[in-house]
Design a protein around this ligand. Structure first.
Ligand code: ATP
Length: 458
């Protein structure tokens, strides 16, 4: 997109400048591929997760929620195949000591040797790569005070397995029959060694995963249903349709148990990359856990007398990758009155702060009235009060974090109890009565929305 001004460096620097997302453990020099979310980052991420729960359990009746443990019985990972097969092929360079993924040494991945000249690993005169070795991505730890005597356990590399382990329990109390789903959001952990591209690839990350259990004959139909539903969800977050695509996995990319997988991809500044994977997993997981645990993991239909192991359709999304896509999609630069402005044109429902209340001056009763207005709004939507600096600077600060509306209290407000509402995208300022303000803003928040960047592009 030649007219898109966004780059990953700009996103990283805006996030750091405004405390949205920044490197973890910074006072110790940081730690690879690990980030912390500050105030606005937490609010933005929470909006993503809330929108996902809304789509899973708010808008439908056939999915229930779960929050399973991060550390599960170690046999879980034997059964799921992660212990034997959740590996990346790695090579080490004997000269520079750097470690690379053997399948990322090509120009497409553009991973560079840290020494000069900056070449692909293995292509420099001094490069000396080892043979590829398989490296398991699971973090290992020990239960018990003494490492030798304790038992080895793993931090979950995906949330999905906890869902399969609880399938029978949930089936028992949820009073559901296939087709039905179990959804959960939580942290997963992977010992990733490739450079991360900010929060795109991190060691710990939140996943939003849902396992949808269906009668075997209906699996393909439900797979198609979830492809469409998940694409729609990203568009509803306000992400531009021309920056989203579905990419079906080639036969040789498919996991051995999957009959079909597609990725929802977003056109990040680093190119098309996976946002979410949607897989038809067949009955692999339930069958594996049934074999390893000795428990029957199947569904018995009392009406038809039919007994079967449900097949599973899994949409598996990353909170960080969705947050990053929102930031990239919203980032824009323009000029107001000859001054450069950085603005996040986020969908209002995704914006960390919906409305900022700003007294024009810090006297004459304006701050007091501004606090009153703020209190009127705060139960309805995320609100912020700011009286520091010129009004232009305050608008700019809100633009940078994507606040869709600024409410300004001026001397007229004290006379007639009206305020101005400034729109982040159109820059229009409308006068609204304070009494009507909560409903006016709530109406704007619910109104249909498309990215202003899309409107300009057209
Ligand atoms: P990739 O090929 O990019 O490593 P994956 O195919 O291994 O991803 P899945 O196992 O399908 O990823 O996980 C589902 C989702 O979890 C991904 O689409 C992504 O949004 C998120 N995810 C996976 N690994 C990471 C990570 N290391 N950091 C951030 N998000 C991740």
């Amino acid at each position: 997109m030649p007219d898109d001004v966004v780059t990953m460096d700009k996103i990283v620097s805006l996030c750091k400048r405004r405390g949205i997302i920044f490197p973890a453990s910074e006072i110790y020099g940081g730690i690879a591929n690990t980030y912390d979310y500050g105030h606005y980052g937490v609010l933005l991420k929470r909006n993503v997760v809330d929108a996902w729960w809304q789509a899973m359990i708010g808008d439908r009746d056939d999915i229930v929620a779960l929050d399973s443990a991060i550390i599960q019985h170690p046999r879980t990972w034997e059964a799921s195949g992660h212990l034997a097969g959740f590996t990346d092929p790695l090579v080490d360079c004997r000269t520079c000591g750097q470690r690379f993924r053997a399948d990322h040494l090509d120009a497409e991945h553009d991973v560079r040797c840290p020494r000069k000249p900056s070449v692909l690993p293995g292509q420099g005169p001094d490069c000396n790569l080892t043979e590829a070795r398989e490296f398991n991505l699971m973090f290992e730890t020990t239960i018990g005070p003494v490492q030798e005597a304790g038992s080895t356990v793993y931090l979950r590399p995906e949330t999905a397995q906890g869902i399969f382990l609880d399938f029978k329990t949930v089936l028992g109390f949820a009073r559901r029959k296939p087709p039905f789903g179990i959804a959960q959001v939580g942290k997963s952990f992977r010992n990733e060694i490739t450079p991360g591209n900010f929060i795109f690839r991190t060691l710990e990350f939140e996943q939003m995963e849902m396992e949808f259990f269906v009668p075997p004959d209906d699996a393909h139909r439900w797979y198609l249903h979830w492809l469409e539903a998940r694409m729609d969800w990203y568009e509803r977050l306000g992400i531009r349709g021309d920056h989203l695509r579905l990419r079906a996995h080639e036969q040789d990319e498919l996991s051995h148990y999957s009959s079909a997988t597609s990725d929802v991809e977003y056109l990040y500044p680093i190119g098309w990359q996976e946002l979410e994977g949607i897989a038809n997993r067949g009955n692999f997981d339930l069958t594996q856990h049934a074999q390893h645990s000795g428990e029957k993991l199947e569904y018995f239909d009392q009406q038809s007398g039919e007994r079967y192991v449900p097949h599973v359709i899994e949409p598996a999304a990353g909170v960080g990758r969705a947050t990053l896509a929102l930031l990239c999609d919203a980032y824009d630069e323009d000029e107001i009155g000859g001054e450069a402005r950085t603005v996040l044109k986020l969908h209002p429902q995704m914006a960390p702060v919906k409305v900022a209340v700003l007294p024009l001056v810090r006297k004459d009763g304006q701050p007091e009235l501004a606090h009153e207005v703020r209190n009127l709004l705060r139960r309805r939507m995320q609100t912020e009060y700011d009286e520091g600096g010129s009004i232009g600077r305050r608008y700019r600060r809100q633009d940078e974090i994507g606040t869709p509306w600024c409410v300004t209290i001026d001397h007229q407000s004290l006379e007639d109890r009206t305020v101005t509402v400034r729109d982040r995208d159109t820059l229009t300022q409308d006068r609204v009565a304070i009494d009507e303000l909560p409903d006016v803003l709530a109406g704007k928040l619910e109104a249909p929305w498309i990215s202003p960047k899309l409107v300009v592009e057209d």
